[in-house]
Design a binder for this molecule. Sequence first.
Ligand code: FA5
Length: 339
Amino acid sequence: MDALAQIDAFEAAALAAIAACGDDAALEQVRIEYLGARSGQLKELQAILGKVPKEEKPAVGKRFNEVKTAVTAALDAAKGKAGGSTPVVAAGPGVDYTLPGVRPALGKRHPLMQTIAEFKDIMGRFGFTACDGPEIEDERHNFEALNIPEVHPARDPLDNFYLATARHGSGAARLMRSQTSTVQIRVMESSRPPIRVVSVGRVYRPDEIDATHHCMFHQMEGLMVGTDVTMAQLKTTLRLFAQAYLGADVTVRFRPSFFPFTEPSVEVDMSMDAAGTRWLEIGGAGMVDPNVLRAVGYDPDEFTGFAFGLGVERFAMRRYGVPDIRLFTENDVRFLRQF
Ligand code: FA5
C-alpha cells in the first residue's frame, strides 16, 4: 500500500471509531489510539512520510496534515455531543431547555427623581447650573445667614427636626434642613456674582401630613445674583419654568408675602383648572434681602439678586393628576409602575 492509501485508510478507521463512541471516555480512548503522541497510529504514519520518494513528499505531506486536522476536528465535535459520563444537569421530564427564558422585570426611576431630572434640565436651558447642599445643617445656614434671628418663631424646636446629638452633647445645634434656601448661603459664601444656580433636594418639617403636605418633601431652590437682577426677571423665570414643565395652559400668580430673607417677597400659586377657580401654592420667592447679601460678604449697593423655593411634589401632582402627596412615598408598585 502506498503512503497516500495508508493515510486514507487511517482516516476512514479513525472517523469510524469516533462515530461508534457513546461517551467522552470512549472518545478519549480513540484519541489515544489514533492521535496519541507516543504510540498512536498517526505517529506510525508519520514514520512512513520519511520514506516516500522526494517528488511525492509535498502531496503526501499535504494529505497527512489534512487528515490530522479532520480527525482532530471530528473528535472535538463528537466530545461536545456525546456528553460527559456524568451530565452536569440531569435532563428530567418536563424541562424544555429550548423554551425562551423568563425576562427579569426592569425597575424604573421614581417619579420624583424623573421630575427632578426634568426640573434641572429645564433650568439648565435657562442658564442655571445645578448644585447640592447637605441635608443635615447648622443654624447659621438654615436660619442666621438667612436673616432669621434667634427669637424668630421659625426656629421653634417644635417646628423643626433638631438632631438629638445637639441637645445632649456639646457643640453647635444641628437639624434636618427645613428649606433648600440653605444652599443659597453656601453658594454665595463660596463664590462671587454673577450667580445662576438651582439646587433640588429633600427638606424636612414636622408639618401635619395631609393630601398636599408631608414631613419630608423636595424643594427646588433658585438663586440669581448680579449687578442688575430684577423682580421682573424673577417673575418671568418662574412663569417660563412652570409653562415648560406643565404646559402653556398653566397660569402662575404672585401674592405679596413675607420671608425674612427676601424683600419684597411673594408667594407663588399655579392654577389647578382652566377656569382659574382652584389654585395651589407652589413656592415662595423674592429679591434677596440686603441683610443676606451682607451676611455672605456681598455689597448690597453693588449686587441684587432673586431667589425662589418651589415644592417639587406639587408640580408633579398637577402634571400627573396625583391626588395625594403621600402616594409618592408609600412604595406601592401599582402607583409607581405608571410613570
Ligand atoms: C420656603 O420654604 C422658602 N424657603 C421659599 C423661598 C425661597 C422664599 C427663596 C423666598 C426665596 P415655604 O415654606 O412657603 O417657603 O415652602 C415653599 C414651597 O414648598 C411651598 O409653596 C410648597 O409648594 C412646598 N411645601 C411647603 N411645605 C410643604 C409640605 N409640608 N409638604 C409638601 N410641600 C411643601
